[in-house]
Design a protein around this ligand. Structure first.
Ligand SMILES: Cc1cc2nc3c(=O)[nH]c(=O)nc-3n(C[C@H](O)[C@H](O)[C@H](O)COP(=O)(O)OP(=O)(O)OC[C@H]3O[C@@H](n4cnc5c(N)ncnc54)[C@H](O)[C@@H]3O)c2cc1C
Length: 207
């Protein structure tokens, strides 16, 4: 519902080794920082950390009378502008970005998010590390394989595992679905009985 398209993540805590107990470290993102916020009324890019925190607390449903004090006294919010980060996601086609080791090169390579490596996904540390491995192994003739790209798109085992976690460990049949979908799901589950698919669904605790 947020005009800034806010999202937030509090990964496993403590985030830092020296983090005092009882404190949380999190990220709050806004993808449309130029739009006025729903609570603070200002564009995110003009806000102080406390104001960004206020907008976030508002969207969490914190009573409005408590928002300002909580944001100013119970949180420390450090704004960070990353205007170029979406450059990773610009549409591209073969040839737009250099190969890690362009054909014929023997003493230089390209590393990082703006080089081309097959199948991997940008905006990840893995992508940069993979390009570095490719560069070093190729140029120095190191006989080591670059680890396989994580099969998050086409490997049905990865997809089923992700589904298991997205459902917080609940079974497929526990999903709240409109009746036609529910019927289709049950029909589908009957159809896969005794097949490898049923084994996989069992392995990933989806049935
Ligand atoms: C908000 C955000 C969240 C992210 N979340 C995740 C995540 O959850 N998981 C994940 O895997 N990835 C995530 N990423 C992506 C990941 O952080 C990057 O893809 C990765 O850090 C890129 O590593 P790199 O070494 O190629 O480049 P960088 O880490 O960008 O390093 C490049 C370095 O070069 C330096 N530099 C630039 N120009 C020069 C120059 N002329 N001379 C000398 N030095 C220079 C820069 O200062 C910088 O230190 C996230 C990125 C962002 C911005």
């Amino acid at each position: 519902d947020s005009a800034w398209l806010m999202s937030w993540t509090f990964n496993r805590q403590p985030h830092f080794k020296a983090q005092p107990e009882g404190q949380l470290v999190g990220w709050i993102y806004g993808l449309y920082p130029e739009r006025p916020g729903d609570f603070v009324g200002k564009p995110m890019e003009e806000c102080t950390g406390a104001e960004i925190c206020m907008e976030w607390l508002y969207h969490l449903g914190v009573p409005e009378t408590e928002i300002e004090a909580l944001a100013r006294e119970s949180a420390s919010t450090v704004p960070c502008m990353m205007p170029y980060i979406t450059a990773f996601f610009m549409p591209r086609q073969a040839g737009d970005r250099p190969e890690v080791v362009p054909e014929g090169c023997v003493n230089f390579a390209f590393l990082g998010q703006f080089t081309e490596t097959p199948r991997d996904t940008v905006f990840t540390v893995e992508y940069s590390v993979r390009t570095a491995m490719e560069a070093v192994y190729t140029l120095l003739d190191v006989e080591r394989g670059v680890p396989e790209v994580f099969g998050s798109v086409y490997d049905v085992r990865c997809l089923l595992n992700a589904t298991h976690y997205l459902l917080d460990g609940r079974k497929l049949t526990d999903m709240k679905l409109p009746l036609p979908y529910k019927l289709a799901l049950h029909a589908g589950l009957e159809k896969v009985q005794g097949t490898t698919l049923e084994e996989l669904l069992t392995t990933y605790e989806l049935i």
